[in-house]
Ligand binder design. Structure first.
Ligand code: ADP
Length: 153
């Protein structure tokens, strides 16, 4: 069984994240979406809210499992018996960041990271843009996966 973890903050989970998982399902038998619970990082949505919104997005997809985790991503991947980490790439800035983490993770654990380039139409979609729009009461539904609604703030 080829299993990958897709780790992230997902604050909130966007249509860009959704598209990466959908494409990842063509490459892996199972994808475990790991909502990182990093207590030093201030988030808009609680871990449970983030987990719930991702579950809504994949309600009809049994090959996607959603969990929260509070440890190193490589330790989470090992616990889940996943041989791969899946990530998405938008920009050159993403590239530098992703490469250094991927190299460190491979050196420490042997776990390979597979990165997919975003589709052009999702290139500007980010959790931080959605948080800003949401804070000021703008409609953000087009940036969310189908079936997902955000909790009231
Ligand atoms: P992190 O805090 O770990 O960067 P994010 O929730 O911001 O977590 O993102 C998780 C992963 O999804 C990262 O690999 C990020 O580059 C990728 N990602 C974020 N937005 C998009 C997008 N619009 N298209 C493709 N990949 C994306």
């Amino acid at each position: 069984m080829k299993r990958a973890v897709f780790p992230g903050s997902f604050d909130p989970f966007t249509i860009g994240h959704f598209a990466i998982v959908q494409r990842g399902l063509a490459l892996f038998d199972e994808i475990i979406i790991g909502v990182g619970v990093n207590s030093s990082k201030k988030s808009m949505f609680t871990p449970q809210e983030r987990l719930d919104m991702i579950c809504q997005a994949f309600v009809d997809e049994p090959r996607v499992v959603v969990k929260t985790y509070d440890c190193l991503t490589i330790d989470f991947a090992r616990e889940e018996q996943a041989g791969f980490i899946l990530r998405g790439l938008r920009t050159v800035a993403d590239f530098e960041y992703e490469r250094s983490i991927a190299d460190a993770n491979r050196a420490l654990s042997g776990i390979e990271t597979l990165t997919l380039f975003t589709e052009e139409r999702y290139g500007y979609v980010s959790s931080s843009v959605i948080r800003d729009l949401y804070k000021y009461g703008k409609d953000i539904q087009t940036f969310l996966p189908p079936n997902v609604t955000l909790p009231k703030r």
